[in-house]
Design a protein around this ligand. Structure first.
Ligand code: GLN
Length: 510
């Protein structure tokens, strides 16, 4: 099926060494590698050459070991030659956000406090990727401990938006989204606690998905807010996103919140038309603060669904406007507890000079954490402290429940909920960095899905007049990923937004 859809507009008979290789969907690359028309090594070489040409200006990768990439690719080619099964992602490069542990490789969460930390084991998703034959392709930049919406909170450097280098790529999975958008890798892993896959996907013009809470193992994901965190796929199109999710999803007994439920086939029925489809449009999604061009793109997207015969249902999610307030209590409370382990003893950095044990912990944490992480730890500690716990944390948990109940009610009336991912397109680097509240408000449309645990996805649905991508937010009931992806694919089939690419005027290639 993927083969039928695919056509290379420039050269349908293009050979593997052709420059257009980067335009091939990952699903097609995988088929070509499986049947021997393309070598995994050639694919790896191609994407490494893109990293060399482009990452000096984009800065999506914190680390990439070219030799390790080529070694994995050659291993796939060898196994294929020997007639061994090579897996559904065989030979496909996948970039990994730097809060996911890869055994034997540095994992820093873009924090100084974890500088030099080498986990001795692979995260659950990494084991799955390896078993599926994927080529692990470097670690991507992010906001420190995934706290942020712009990747400006990385302790190392800022990643820029491939569509406009004066702008942020979004965050916290900004490195992964920018790497995919700039054609340096076909697939990447992100993590989403309050929007960190969907918001950068929206700002970079790619597809990003947060699965249902419990669908993908969190084993080996460095915890930020454990009741909200999920790992998910970032890709250039819906099919590739489904292909990667298929490998990531599934039970893992090492994560106690992982759901023991077999994953359906997300790719099989992707092209199937809907007999009936109802999309829900919450009135709260067109509130104050929504950029006019974003609003117009979303309204046009709704019209696309209508043209295809979908029913459009106006509805209300009355507690969604409290999402940001609830999220920044729950997430900071959990973070303050999760980050207590960085004490200068167990992991990473220890201050060089200190007077006693307490001073050692204070100095190590004081030097190791950046300003935003410290702010979160203080907010969370306060929200959990004696006398305030009921007023803040428990109240937030009660409202969280209502947010989830709103969604449950809504999904009894519609198949998916449609709206904006972010209230504005990508903003300028530096624009919000000194105004945490403004930064937090950029999560207004994404936080509720995490609080409710539901699956949600961003896909391209337009561009601003300045040329910045706009993402469409689709949300579905728990475990309705298959529907979510099918609806997304139906939209993608009817539009061409996902075919646009940022230009690289400083490079000599296409
Ligand atoms: N921007 C949100 C925050 O700063 C979401 C982060 C995330 O999803 N990891 O917490």
């Amino acid at each position: 099926m993927a083969e039928q859809q695919f056509s290379d507009p420039r050269n349908p008979n293009s050979s593997s060494s052709d420059e257009s290789l980067g335009e091939w969907p990952a699903s097609v690359l995988a088929e070509h590698i499986r049947d021997g028309r393309l070598k995994a090594e050639e694919v790896a070489e191609y994407f490494l050459s893109k990293v060399r040409q482009r990452d000096a200006s984009i800065r999506a990768f914190l680390r990439i070991d070219e030799e390790a990439v080529l070694r994995q690719a050659r291993q796939i080619d060898l196994r294929r030659q020997q007639g061994e099964p090579i897996g559904p992602l065989a030979g496909l490069p996948v970039a990994v956000k730097d809060n996911i542990c890869v055994g034997g490789e540095q994992t820093t969460c873009a924090s100084r406090i974890l500088e030099g930390f080498v986990p001795p084991y692979d995260a659950g998703v990494i084991t799955r990727l390896k078993d599926a034959g994927a080529v692990l392709f470097g670690k991507t930049n992010m906001d420190e401990f995934a706290m942020g919406s712009s990747t400006e909170n990385s302790a190392y450097f800022k990643t820029v938006n491939p569509w406009d280098r004066r702008c942020i790529p979004g965050g916290s999975s900004g490195g992964s989204a920018a790497a995919v958008a700039s054609g340096q890798v076909p697939l990447a892993l992100g993590t989403d606690t309050g929007g960190s896959i969907r918001q950068p996907a929206s700002h970079c013009g790619v597809v990003g998905m947060k699965p249902t809470y419990g669908r993908v193992s969190r084993y080996g994901l460095v915890a930020f807010a454990s009741s909200l965190d999920q790992i998910g796929p970032i890709a250039r199109n819906v099919r590739d996103c489904a292909l990667l999710l298929q490998v990531l999803a599934g039970h893992d007994e090492r994560d106690s919140t992982s759901i023991d439920r077999p994953a359906e086939d997300f790719c099989d029925r992707l092209e199937e038309p809907f007999e009936s489809l109802t999309i829900g449009v919450p009135r709260e999604y067109f509130a104050e603060g929504l950029d006019a061009e974003v609003e117009q793109a979303i309204r046009e997207a709704i019209a696309v669904f209508k043209d295809q015969g979908a029913q459009v249902k106006d509805l209300s999610l009355p507690h969604s406007p409290y999402g940001v307030a609830v999220y920044y209590l729950v997430a900071t409370a959990e973070a303050s507890s999760n980050l207590a382990r960085y004490d200068g003893v167990h992991y990473g950095r220890r201050a060089e000079q200190y007077e006693d044990l307490i001073d050692m912990v204070c100095q190590s944490r004081g030097q190791g954490f950046g300003a935003e992480v410290k702010r979160r730890i203080m907010l969370g500690t306060y929200a959990l402290s004696a006398g305030y716990r009921d007023a803040y944390y428990l109240k937030a948990m009660q409202v969280r429940r209502r947010i989830r109940d709103d969604f449950c009610r809504a999904f009894s009336e519609c198949d998916v909920i449609v709206g904006p991912v972010a209230p504005t397109p990508a903003f300028l680097i530096g624009e919000k960095v000194d105004d945490p509240l403004a930064m937090y408000l950029s999560d207004i449309y994404t936080n509720p899905a995490n609080l409710a645990g539901i699956p949600a996805l961003s896909l391209p649905c337009g561009f601003t007049t300045a040329g910045l991508p706009i993402g469409l937010h689709l949300q579905a009931a728990p475990f309705a990923e298959e529907t979510l992806l099918r609806v997304a694919r139906a939209f993608e089939r009817a539009t061409t937004w996902h075919e646009r690419r940022p230009s690289f005027p400083d490079a000599t290639e296409s």
